[in-house]
Design a protein around this ligand. Structure first.
Ligand SMILES: C[S@@+](CC[C@H](N)C(=O)[O-])C[C@H]1O[C@@H](n2cnc3c(N)ncnc32)[C@H](O)[C@@H]1O
Ligand code: SF4
Ligand code: SF4
Length: 380
């Protein structure tokens, strides 16, 4: 990728002009649409899949997507369940782009093939989040680099902007650092984030030891400040540290207003945790605005996309300023890597050494190319 393209991509993150409009008007910034409840995996921390439900039809999805756009929503995040198990996922992406949405998709990556990546790119997909929790699978989560590393090559000349996100809990913590190193060493923006709070005890996982988690979050804050490609804002890292310390954070949740969710049955949800029975087809801008208030569930909230949007709406200059600064620090390293040939380490190495420890993987040249226009921020 050309140096200027690389620099352009570093600053495309917030799509400043369009996002700016949404900070000052009453229209929504982002909708997360569950394109299906069905999933090919069964992560122990997840409450967002249900294989007893059929896929929504393409016609229904299109109707809901039109309505979401009519509300003025700028970005759509295609989530699930596992979006790639929906038989019409490519058409869904194409339709979102035809309507002018900035479009992202979050996937466990298991069903990705070279052909599917090319089809999604052709349909206009701009951003893909692949979820990777560990280096090797465990009974808690199968989402590991063992499956994903061989697929990263599919993105070598793709316009899709790829990033990697992992969940930290007691099971994944011993490998979270290696997940982060592996993603970053390939030039892929990567983040690992705390498992959501679990007030209803629905998860089958422990969160992990507080001090160790805090040290890890602190190290990510440091790296973010140094300009490494930690794929989340410093504000969200600070927020996670406050969660661990049990510190109160002052914020106003904009879920249900600036961002909202639509279920795979077309229901309007405030966020992934707070559901309503109202159908998206019946929702008005006034309904959305009525959700602009502090919520009783804010304390300990782990819906990071909602926290992120809320902090952005509340303190746009501070949040954006820090992000721009962090990305500016990445520019010198682009000069260093831009002159290196792509071929110095094109194939993934083994991810586990014979002694069972994990090595850092791959070259700094593995960064996928990306569309310069829009990058969506946090996903669920
Ligand atoms: C519900 S999944 C749906 C998309 C896809 N199946 C996947 O796993 O990427 C969306 C994202 O939520 C994350 N997630 C699910 N349950 C979570 C939890 N309890 N805490 C934090 N993140 C969670 C997943 O790891 C994934 O990155
Ligand atoms: S996190 Fe994603 S892959 Fe895991 S069970 Fe939930 S929906 Fe499926
Ligand atoms: S505070 Fe968190 S859980 Fe409550 S509505 Fe907002 S995003 Fe959802």
């Amino acid at each position: 990728m050309k140096l200027l393209d690389k620099i352009g991509r570093e600053f495309s993150g917030y799509n400043f002009v369009e996002s700016g409009k949404r900070l000052f008007d009453r229209k929504p910034l982002q909708c997360s649409l569950y394109v299906t409840d069905r999933c090919n995996l069964d992560c122990a921390y997840c409450t967002e899949y249900d294989n007893s439900r059929p896929h929504p039809s393409l016609d229904d999805l299109k109707k809901w997507i039109r309505k979401i756009r009519e509300l003025g929503t700028m970005r759509i995040a295609l989530v699930g369940g596992e979006p790639l198990v929906h038989p019409n996922i490519v058409e869904v992406v194409r339709y979102c782009r035809e309507l002018g949405f900035a479009t992202s998709l979050t996937t466990n990556g298991f069903l990705l093939t070279r052909k599917l990546v090319a089809e999604l790119e052709d349909a206009g997909l701009q951003v893909m989040q692949i979820s990777v929790d560990r280096m090797t699978p465990s009974p808690i989560t199968k989402k590991s680099f063992k499956t994903i590393l061989p697929k990263l090559d599919y993105f070598d000349n793709s316009k899709i902007s790829l990033h990697i996100t992992g969940v930290i809990c007691a099971d994944t913590l011993p490998e979270s650092r290696a997940v982060l190193e592996t993603g970053l060493s390939r030039g892929i923006p990567t983040e690992v984030r705390l498992v959501h709070a679990d007030p209803l005890n629905r998860f089958r996982v422990d969160r992990g030891p507080r001090e160790e988690l805090e040290r890890f979050i602190d190290s990510m804050i440091e790296r973010k400040r140094r300009g490494e490609k930690i794929h989340t804002s410093e504000a969200i890292l600070n927020y996670q540290r406050s969660l661990l310390r049990g510190e109160h954070v002052e914020w106003t949740c904009v879920a249900g207003y600036k961002l909202f969710f639509v279920s795979a049955q077309g229901k309007f949800w405030i966020c992934s945790m707070v559901h309503t029975d109202k159908h998206i087809m019946d929702v008005t801008l006034d309904d959305l605005y009525a959700n602009y208030h502090k919520k009783s569930c804010q304390e300990g909230c782990g819906v990071y996309c909602a926290v992120s949007a809320s902090l952005l709406v509340e303190k746009p200059v501070r949040v954006l300023g820090k992000e721009i600064l962090a990305r500016t620090k990445r520019v010198p390293s682009m000069f260093r890597t831009s002159s290196r040939p792509r071929t110095d380490d094109p194939k993934p190495r083994r991810i586990t050494n014979p002694d069972g420890t994990h090595e850092m993987n791959g070259s700094a040249n593995g960064s996928p190319s990306a569309d310069d226009r829009v990058t969506l921020r946090e996903s669920v």
